[in-house]
Design a protein around this ligand. Sequence first.
Ligand SMILES: [Cu+2]
Length: 201
Amino acid sequence: MMGEKSHGPVDAGRRRFLTGLVSGGGVAVGVLAIAMRPAAEAAGPVEVSMKIITGKMIGKPGWPRYEPANLVLPAHRLVQVTVRDYDDGSADIPGGYNRVRGTVGGVMRLIKGTPATIAPGAGTVVKEIPVKEVAHTFTMIGERLFMNVPMPLKSTVVFQFMTPGPGTYPWQCMAACGTGVGGWGGSMETDGWMRGAVVVK
Ligand SMILES: [Cu+2]
């Protein structure tokens, strides 16, 4: 409408603007990069679901496991992980592993039970759970990387974290849920059960 008609002063202003863009090319590129970022975030986090099943559920009593235990994720992306824990037995943890660490905001959302569908934002936001209610943990310890998410009995947790650069990041459950001396055998020392890897590409 009005803007489509070109008048002298408007053209001069536009020319100055364009000249500014050309002379300050680096700045223009920077502005463009920032402008694109919200669009990428609008796509939402990469969503991943895991479950923790008991040994009984798969005919191997005493051998709880994460399914899947290995994840492949894109680098430097926000990831939202939903873990449904079907296990109702607690296990001993080293001090402090009942606290959430290394997630976005240092928190997770806690939902009672293991519902098939979970509404966005559902659950209670928590930073830790009682020591005696920890069934398992999802713990990644690496160079400049520490993430710990405690898994409460018969519950679902949802948490978000930023993936690091490409690499293979092992994780381990820190709750002594396995067999053998101190409960650190069996599942606890077997890849694909209570330990695995996050492969970031
Ligand atoms: Cu475990």
